[in-house]
Design a protein around this ligand. Structure first.
Ligand SMILES: Cc1ncc(COP(=O)(O)O)c(C=O)c1O
Length: 305
């Protein structure tokens, strides 16, 4: 069974889904996308699509920012996604990449008077940021501000900012970059939100620090409160707070909960993965497989086809 794509309003083999080289989004980054996990539970022989409605709500928000009009509701987008995962025949964790884009094949920077289209791709998910803990640096690149390109939309063009930071970090021997906002406060990783543990509470940058409002971030805030009785404070975070934190971790659909063990050559806490991080990782593994019955709204379960 070949992997399929949803493209030009139909399901077809991924190898046949091609765009023209003049496509507007290819030249100007005028598109927004999502990354959704379908986690394969080998015991139950089923996929758990994790919070697909919330991902599509966020994508449709990005579409509003970019003036992209799609003829689908959130429910219809979820339905198309379930059908595509079923058709693609994988029995392992997969990553779903929906993308809404300016599809006109024309030259000219703008958002108006252009056609829109939408596609979905399903692919396998290589491990992202190893489990032993990430060694990070503060990036010399600053996070784009809401007045430049709104970071609360998962807008393709923004990812040049992330790519510059990620490659700089990698070339300097680190696993990941931590970007500061233009005014010098901690914003997020190149593709993850960031949390620290301070005086036993979780602290994370607030939405106005130019973060993507992560769905894993929201999941962690709720699990910490409901399951561990730990509150999360959303506020501005200084760079030096990362150096003094008891624990630190990233959250994201690709990274899950990824411990940070070093920032700018300083060990975080003891330099080992911390207690709260480990407890949250355990809780998160349960929910991402759809196994904790307290959170049914987060799961779309799909039995083996
Ligand atoms: C820049 C950025 N921040 C944060 C996240 C984490 O968001 P989520 O947990 O919804 O995947 C992502 C990944 O989508 C991202 O690209």
């Amino acid at each position: 069974m070949p992997p399929y794509a949803f493209f030009h309003k139909q399901f077809l083999p991924l190898s046949e889904a091609k765009i023209g080289i003049l496509t507007h989004a290819f030249h100007y980054g005028t598109a927004c996308f999502e990354g959704i996990r379908a986690n394969w539970d080998s015991e139950q022989e089923r996929f758990c699509l994790f919070r697909p409605e919330d991902h599509y709500k966020r994508m449709l928000d990005g579409c509003r920012i970019l003036k992209i009009h799609l003829p689908y509701s959130t429910d219809e987008l979820c339905q198309l996604t379930v059908e595509l995962v079923g058709k693609s025949g994988y029995h392992e964790d997969v990553y779903i990449r929906p993308l809404a884009y300016k599809s006109s094949e024309t030259v000219g920077v703008r958002l108006h008077d252009l056609e829109d289209d939408f596609l979905i791709i399903v692919t396998t998910l290589p491990p992202y940021l190893g489990g032993e803990g990430a060694r990070c640096c503060t990036s010399s690149w600053r996070r784009v501000d809401d007045t430049m390109i709104p970071a609360r939309g998962k807008i393709c063009g923004i990812y040049v900012n992330s790519a510059l930071a990620k490659t700089e970090a990698w070339e300097n021997g680190f696993d990941e970059a931590i970007l500061l906002s233009y005014d010098g406060h901690v914003s997020e990783g190149s593709g993850e939100n960031i949390f620290l543990v301070s005086n036993g509470n979780l602290v994370t940058p607030s939405p106005s620090d130019n973060i993507l409002l992560g769905i894993t971030r929201d999941t962690v805030i709720k699990l910490a409160k409901n399951e561990l009785g730990v509150d999360t404070i959303e506020r501005q975070v200084d760079r030096s707070e990362l150096y003094l934190a008891e624990e630190c971790f990233f959250t994201g659909t690709a990274a899950n909960i990824a411990p940070i063990v070093e920032v700018d050559h300083r060990p975080v806490g003891t330099g080992e993965v911390g207690k709260i991080t480990t407890e949250l990782q355990k809780l998160f593994t349960e929910v991402m497989l759809g196994r904790n019955p307290k959170y049914p709204d987060w799961y779309t379960l799909l039995a083996k086809s």
